[in-house]
Design a protein around this ligand. Structure first.
Ligand code: ADP
Ligand code: MG
Length: 321
C-alpha cells in the first residue's frame, strides 16, 4: 500500500535526473571540491554520490532525513540571502520513502572515523555505526522506486535515455561549477572529468587581409569549459553551446562547427557542451553585420578555425593518457 509520504515523495523525486540533481546539489552546498557519481546498472541498482564536503554534524544525524529538516536556513533572514541550492529539506526524506538509502559521513575533525546512517521509510534514523571514512559524505540510493512498481517499470523501459539525460545534467553542473572536479563511474567503464577547462592562447594569426593599420594581429585567447567526450552516451546538444566574443554573447556557427568536428574526429556522435569566451583584439571582427548584433564577422576566421581545431585535438589527446 502506498502512503501519503510516498506519494508526496514521488513528486519531489520524479526520475533518475531528480535523484542525481538533489544529491549533487547537496554536495555542492556542502562546499565540495570533488564530487564522484557512481551508477550501478545505469542507476537502477544504485546511485552513489561521494563528496569531500563538510560532512554532516552529529547533532543533525537524527533529523537529517526527516521531512522539512534543513541545516541551510538557520533563521528567517536567510531566505533572502540564500546561496545554497537546497532549503526545503525534502530530498533525503523523499529518497528514504522511495529507495533504500544510507549515508556515510565524516567531518574533518572526526577523521579517520565516520558514521554510517541508516533510516526508516519515514526518514527516522534507524541505526548508526562507526566506520572508517574520509572527510565528506557518501549518499547511496539503492533500488530507486522499488515500492512504486509503475514508475519503476517506466524507468527501466527508458533507462538508456534517462541515463543520457543524467550525464547531460552532470556536464551542466561541471561546466558551471568552477573549482569542482566531477567524476562519473558509468555502466561501461570509468568516465573521468566530465568537463575540461578551456584556457589557451592561440598563435597570432598572420593576417594578410588585415584592414587595420598595425599588422601585428595578436593571438586569440579562449576561456571557458567544454564537456569531455563521453563515448556512446549522452545526447546531441547544440542548444548547450554558448559562445562569447570579449564576453559579448554571440552566435558563432563556424566556431561551433569546429568544436563539433573535433568531437567527431574522436568518434563522438553527440555535440559537446561548450561555454567559450574568445578574447581578441577589437579590430579583428565586425559586430554590426546583423540587426540583432549577435552575429559577428571574424576577419581571420579560416586561420582561427584551423588553429582552434588543432588546439582542441591536442587538449583532448593530452586527456586521453
Ligand atoms: P536541503 O538540501 O533542502 O537542506 P535535503 O533533504 O537535500 O534538504 O538535505 C537535508 C540536510 O542533509 C541538508 O540540509 C544538510 O544538512 C544535510 N546533507 C545532505 N547531503 C549532504 C552532503 N552531501 N554533505 C553535507 N550535508 C548534507
Ligand atoms: Mg538538498
Amino acid at each position: 500500500q502506498t502512503s501519503v509520504h510516498q506519494i508526496q515523495s514521488g513528486q519531489v523525486i520524479v526520475d533518475l535526473n531528480s535523484v542525481v540533481k538533489e544529491l549533487v546539489e547537496n554536495s555542492l552546498d556542502a562546499g565540495s571540491t570533488s564530487i564522484e557519481v557512481r551508477f550501478r546498472n545505469h542507476g537502477l541498482d544504485a546511485i552513489e554520490v561521494i563528496d569531500n564536503g563538510t560532512g554532516i554534524a552529529p547533532e543533525d544525524f537524527e533529523s537529517v532525513a526527516l521531512k522539512h529538516h534543513t541545516s541551510k536556513l538557520r533563521n528567517y533572514d536567510d531566505l533572502e540571502n540564500l546561496d545554497t541550492f537546497g532549503f526545503r529539506g525534502e530530498a533525503l526524506a523523499s529518497l528514504c520513502a522511495l529507495s533504500q538509502l544510507y549515508i556515510i559521513t565524516a567531518r574533518e575533525m572526526d577523521r579517520p572515523r565516520g558514521t554510517r546512517l541508516e533510516f526508516e521509510v519515514s526518514g527516522k534514523l534507524k541505526d548508526t555505526t562507526t566506520v572508517a571514512a574520509q572527510r565528506g559524505t557518501k549518499v547511496v540510493v539503492e533500488k530507486i522506486f522499488h515500492n512504486l512498481p509503475v514508475r519503476k517499470k517506466e524507468l527501466e523501459k527508458n533507462i538508456k535515455r534517462e541515463y543520457g539525460k543524467v550525464l547531460t545534467l552532470l556536464q551542466a553542473y561541471a561546466c558551471i561549477s568552477t573549482g569542482v572536479r566531477f567524476t562519473v563511474f558509468g555502466s561501461k567503464s570509468l568516465r573521468d572529468l566530465v568537463a575540461l577547462d578551456l584556457k589557451f592562447e592561440m598563435q597570432p594569426t598572420t593576417s594578410t587581409l588585415s584592414t587595420h593599420d598595425d599588422n601585428t594581429s595578436r593571438g586569440v585567447k579562449v576561456e571557458g569549459h567544454i564537456s569531455k567526450p563521453v563515448v556512446g552516451e549522452g545526447r546531441s546538444a547544440p542548444d548547450r553551446q554558448m559562445f562569447y566574443v570579449n564576453s559579448r554573447p554571440c552566435g558563432l556557427p563556424q566556431v561551433a562547427k569546429a568544436f563539433n568536428d573535433v568531437y567527431k574526429t574522436f568518434n563522438i556522435s553527440q555535440s559537446p557542451f561548450v561555454f567559450a569566451n574568445l578574447i581578441m583584439d577589437t579590430n579583428s571582427y565586425d559586430v554590426n553585420v546583423s540587426p540583432d548584433k549577435r552575429t559577428i564577422l571574424l576577419h581571420d576566421q579560416g586561420v582561427l578555425l584551423e588553429s582552434l581545431k588543432e588546439t582542441l585535438v591536442e587538449l583532448f589527446e593530452s586527456q586521453e593518457q
